[in-house]
Design a protein around this ligand. Structure first.
Ligand SMILES: Cc1cc2nc3c(=O)[nH]c(=O)nc-3n(C[C@H](O)[C@H](O)[C@H](O)COP(=O)(O)OP(=O)(O)OC[C@H]3O[C@@H](n4cnc5c(N)ncnc54)[C@H](O)[C@@H]3O)c2cc1C
Length: 365
């Protein structure tokens, strides 16, 4: 046996695990379907700007150990995510805070904003059986109509009164003039991009790109004592129980002759008519002297259009199917699973690192 571990997928999860295994003297082979390492956190340089190819990635965490861990592989800047919402040409601050309420109602004091929201929330009586009622019961009609409705409908491809209320459990409201999107104490962007982190994590591993493990499972598996699989379980089992459902995103990139096109990294388009949900201007994530700028428009689309599984549809059917695949996976000897695809879940990067470190300790001691 040539290797101790075959790691399927060179994303964040697989790379942290491979790094930890190699730090304990294990030999690792990494097989990756795409033509690059990094999974969805992959960044590439264009015109001196780090482009987040699979959507804006902002590292934020309250987990001190995870924060210290990632610092070992990159220098993080002090980027604070303060996105703007564009509703039919009017700009509102996010998350919903006193700046948003001032723009919306002209109020200046927290108690004035709170009483407007309180009054509007009363509109909902009776059972909360759809997302529209859920959102209005949390933040009132004005915020729902201008900042939640169109965005959510584009994201899920369905009307808010047809979507289940569980999609939105919380809509945080802040009665301070604070535009920091996240509450976590640690936040930033790696100056050199995320791909540089993955390269460092994978130092010492043999990496094979543009290779789908599932096309030749037996042969790849025979090369290692154990297999960590970070791909989708329905693919591992050739969809024998059915296919997982996802919502996907199509990115449209544009190079613009400007050094500051929208003034901020992230603008959400919250009306229903604009077909994209967000525009990212990558140069605002990290220092650059580039004479041009790159933007990416994000269009939510069906999984069938891109073939890129981004957001799992975690309804009852989705959960049941995942449980059934987990049962099958439990019967495979030498198979370990991890990461967002194999777990059929959405995890932020910090949770991904945490889970990979926990697995490493359990598996490798
Ligand atoms: C649009 C978007 C925006 C996000 N923004 C943020 C953010 O701002 N902050 C944050 O903390 N997190 C964010 N995330 C979450 C972040 O992307 C994940 O935490 C992280 O990518 C998970 O890493 P992973 O290794 O589990 O999965 P992935 O990155 O998907 O890696 C899995 C890898 O396995 C490969 N693979 C799959 N099947 C096979 C196969 N059969 N053979 C070979 N290789 C295979 C894939 O090609 C992929 O490279 C965002 C996610 C999305 C979708």
């Amino acid at each position: 046996m040539l290797y101790d571990y075959l790691v399927v997928g060179a994303g964040l999860f697989g790379s942290v695990f491979a790094h930890e295994a190699m730090a304990r003297g294990k030999r690792c082979l990494v097989v990756e379907k795409r033509d690059h390492i990094g999974g969805n956190i992959y960044t590439e340089e264009r015109d001196g700007i780090q482009i987040h190819r699979y959507g804006a990635h902002i590292f934020h965490t309250s987990d001190k150990e995870v924060w210290d861990y990632v610092q070992r592989f990159a220098h993080f800047n002090s980027f604070i995510n303060s996105p703007m919402a564009n509703y039919k040409g009017t700009f509102y601050n996010m998350p919903f805070n006193m700046n948003t309420f001032n723009r919306m109602w002209g109020v200046t004091r927290p108690d004035e904003a709170a009483s407007i929201i309180e009054e509007q929330r009363k509109e909902v009586t009776g059972p909360i059986d759809n997302l529209e009622k859920q959102a209005i019961s949390l933040v009132g009609r004005d915020i729902f109509e201008r900042l939640v409705k169109g965005y959510t409908e584009k994201q899920w491809g369905r009307s808010c009164d047809e979507l289940p209320p569980e999609i939105i459990r919380r809509l945080p409201v802040r009665y301070t003039y604070d535009n920091n999107y996240f509450n976590d104490p640690f936040q930033g962007i790696p100056e050199e991009g995320y791909t540089a982190i993955i390269s460092k994590l994978l130092e010492g591993a043999d990496v094979v790109l543009s290779t789908d493990f599932n096309k030749d499972r037996a042969s790849w598996s025979s090369k290692a004592a154990k297999v960590l699989y970070t791909g989708a379980l329905d693919e591992y089992f050739d969809h024998c129980l059915g296919r997982h459902a996802y919502r996907s995103v199509r990115f449209e990139d544009e190079r613009i002759e400007s050094t500051n096109w929208q003034g901020v990294a992230v603008v959400n388009y919250t009306d229903r008519e604009t077909p994209y949900t967000r525009v990212i201007e990558h140069r605002h994530f990290a220092h650059t002297t580039s004479p041009v700028t790159w933007i990416s428009r994000e269009y939510p689309v069906d999984y069938s259009i891109t073939g890129e599984p981004y957001y799992p549809i975690n309804d009852e059917e989705g959960k049941r199917l995942h449980e059934a695949y987990l049962e099958l996976a439990g019967k495979e000897d030498k198979l370990i699973i991890g990461g967002r695809l194999a777990q059929y879940a959405y995890f932020d990067m910090d949770k991904t690192v945490r889970a990979a470190l926990d697995l490493s300790r359990k598996e490798l001691g």
